[in-house]
Design a protein around this ligand. Sequence first.
Ligand code: TYD
Length: 215
Amino acid sequence: MPLKTKSTGKLISFEGSEGSGKSTQIARLAEHCQKIGREVIATREPGGTEIGEQIRSIIVHNSKGDEMCPETELLLFTAARAQLVREVIVPALTRGAIVLSDRYLDSSTVYQGIARNLAPGPVNEINRFAVGNVMPDLTIVMDVPTEVSLQRIRQRASDLPDRMERQNITFYNKVREGYLLLAKEWPQRVVVIDGTQAPDAIDKKVWAEVQKRLG
Ligand code: TYD
């Protein structure tokens, strides 16, 4: 059933491969929004709710995770998303808050659909079922070459990279291409930003895009 939200609330999702700099920019954008007096809710996927965090640990840290089939992976990610939408996102949007989500439904389209080759029809249907009609007002794709993102992952990994981070370079190239394709398909909603620029330059561009949507 479609979910109802109030129009002053905004949902902004950040997408991109691991190490693309999403979290830095989410923190900066949160500050901008707070400075203009808006309530900000920052959340992440998978996770963001107690149920979602439990699902996250199954997907990301399960030691036998390598045996998980892509279909299961899709259903777990979307299950966590369904909970997040109803428990956190819709109530926040209804209060008029700005919700910043570190990943949202496009991650499933790209990682499970494109990179893991699941059929796009079912992926889209399951995704839509999970989110109701709660689509982002804006999606920022942080685009970095695969070599750069892999290098950043290696630098920040204090121990072994997690299950999702052990994929090979072909997988990450598909992820990157997948996001660029989505941006072509949804030019109004999805904005690609060059993630190799200095954080300040990225911050300015992100804020400019958000201000356009805030009116
Ligand atoms: P996380 O540690 O949050 O990585 P990041 O900081 O890059 O977001 O791990 C999330 C991993 O799950 C990441 O590899 C992307 C993947 N993922 C999917 O494959 N499908 C999805 O629907 C979502 C939300 C995440």
